[in-house]
Design a protein around this ligand. Sequence first.
Ligand SMILES: Cc1cc2nc3c(=O)[nH]c(=O)nc-3n(C[C@H](O)[C@H](O)[C@H](O)COP(=O)(O)OP(=O)(O)OC[C@H]3O[C@@H](n4cnc5c(N)ncnc54)[C@H](O)[C@@H]3O)c2cc1C
Length: 499
Amino acid sequence: MKYDAVIIGGGISGATCALVLSHFGCRVAVVEREAHVTPLLHGFVRHGVHHDTGFHYAGGLGPGEILDRFFRFLGLNQGMELYPLRAQGFDRIVDQSTSDVVEFSYGEQSWRDSLLAAFPREAAAINRFQQTVLSICDSLPYLNKEKTFGEDALFANSQDISLQAFVAELTQDRRLQAVLCMHCLLHGTPPDQIPLRLHAAVVGPYCRSVYGIRGGGRQLSQSFAASLQQANVDLYCGSRVTAMSVDPDNNITGVTLSSGQELVAAQVIHAADPRLLLDWLDEKCFRPVYRRRLTALQETQSALILFGQSARPVESLADRNLYLADLHLGTELFSASMAQRPLYLSSAGLELSTDDGVAQRCGIIGIMPEDYRCYEPWQATRRGQRPEEYLRFKHERRGQMLERIEQAAPEVAQALQQPFLATPLTLRDYLHYPQGAMYGVSHQLARYPLQVATRVRGLYLSGQALAAPGLMGAMIGAFYTCGTLLGHQRVAEELRQWQ
Ligand SMILES: Cc1cc2nc3c(=O)[nH]c(=O)nc-3n(C[C@H](O)[C@H](O)[C@H](O)COP(=O)(O)OP(=O)(O)OC[C@H]3O[C@@H](n4cnc5c(N)ncnc54)[C@H](O)[C@@H]3O)c2cc1C
């Protein structure tokens, strides 16, 4: 088959690219190795309960904000109901060393007030943190609709400082430092490695509004599938790209699938792990320095994910998330022991489910960063066939997570039924990043950010590796890539209609 564009990876970013290009009249195909598009959003059903895996909440979804405009432009809003998380305390941090509570609220003033309530002497640090984060957001195209698209590079900047260095300048209070770094969980790169600009781009929108989607990621996944069908995008699901073809002048000509089928295309957008290009293309297609850059890319943190259910919604998780952490660790929070590092709890978007036809059940999820290296002894083992030793280790980890929940959020522990754990090996096998990354490759300080266009003409990058992780990062990356192909002004003009 011959296409204007073939997109590799049907995650949020690849699906968004497909919809934008179709909107502009391109004949598009998406190749996704899993059985359906947006597999990370699709989640899974176990014990009669649907468990969400790739979306719980986001900033930027409020009326007229960037994700709202993207959704309406792409037709994703049809049949979708958004709901605001609690304006006062959408994220509540429980300090496990003191049992004190610190809350994040949204609305610029409320955001500051909620932190000031916990740190009354730190007004200067809190104000400066917020001002800096918001002024970075407002300087970025897409996050500020007045900015010209394509005018700047995307979010990252190799000259930046780290989030850790920035908060250390602001305050000596280690607990406040930890609080200001807590949302590193939203991009998976620790505070000493994440560039301030990238962190600001990811977390800044949460100062202004925070929404969930009724039905969670599954609803969003269904909306993507419906829009792709309506746009007549050809889907090659359950197919892996295994090679790319390039002509003697270094122009892309198409891709080969695991089935051996070839798809011919003038343009190819790679919206999965950028390191895969090293396997698919001949050495001479890229300069050695670019190959080295791809090889050097590191993954974001992996995680332990505890999935469970409850017979009724848990009040402390109603329209809010809980973060359990030992705040005395300051910015070292993310390299701390199991008993101290951040543990995120949510049931956002996970409605009562009647899938089992008997009892109504509600999904609960707990996420904690975890080092993939602890699982290396078993990395050659396969799902469903892992040895006893691994299962014991996993059982212990599950027990430790449950113990922390019991201690800091007893009402969640009491309600939680049939909890089971996904480890970094599970994440590796489902998300296809070799070290079980939650958010793909990491945007790290002092690394030159990836560019959209590559040296192979017609081959472009997209996905969370390009702009930033998260729903917003993946979608902005997609619009930016399509803008590079079609002309940023052309895309901006169309998007303007959805202000
Ligand atoms: C547990 C969890 C919770 C999250 N919660 C939130 C949240 O609350 N809010 C938020 O904003 N973000 C959240 N995220 C992050 C968000 O889901 C991701 O950043 C986003 O989905 C990334 O989209 P993407 O398209 O860039 O990448 P991916 O989803 O990784 O898409 C890449 C796709 O490429 C496919 N692929 C890989 N190799 C090949 C190949 N060879 N051939 C064909 N296809 C291939 C993969 O199967 C995959 O579907 C969460 C992530 C996780 C893991």
